[in-house]
Design a protein around this ligand. Structure first.
Ligand SMILES: [Zn+2]
Length: 74
């Protein structure tokens, strides 16, 4: 993956900047959701490097947000 090299194996999240030599805990994250759009999916300007910890915590937050906007559970 070229993104790994471009971002020098460094987490792009502000305040993290962790350099991760282990590819298995590096995640390529889409800045804008690609929603199956191949152009967006492969657009390098739409990709950033995240360490797994940041990626997971981000996902968690999205989940909480969607729960909040979904309203009441029946
Ligand atoms: Zn990170």
């Amino acid at each position: 993956m070229r993104i790994f090299l471009r971002d020098l194996y460094t987490c792009q999240r502000k305040g993290c900047g962790k350099i991760e030599g282990d590819m298995s805990v590096l995640v390529c994250d889409h800045i804008r959701p690609h929603r199956g759009n191949e152009t967006l999916f492969w657009d390098e300007s739409n990709l950033r490097m995240r360490c797994k910890a940041c990626h997971d915590s981000n996902k968690q937050r999205e989940k909480q947000q969607s729960l909040a906007t979904c309203g009441v559970w029946h």
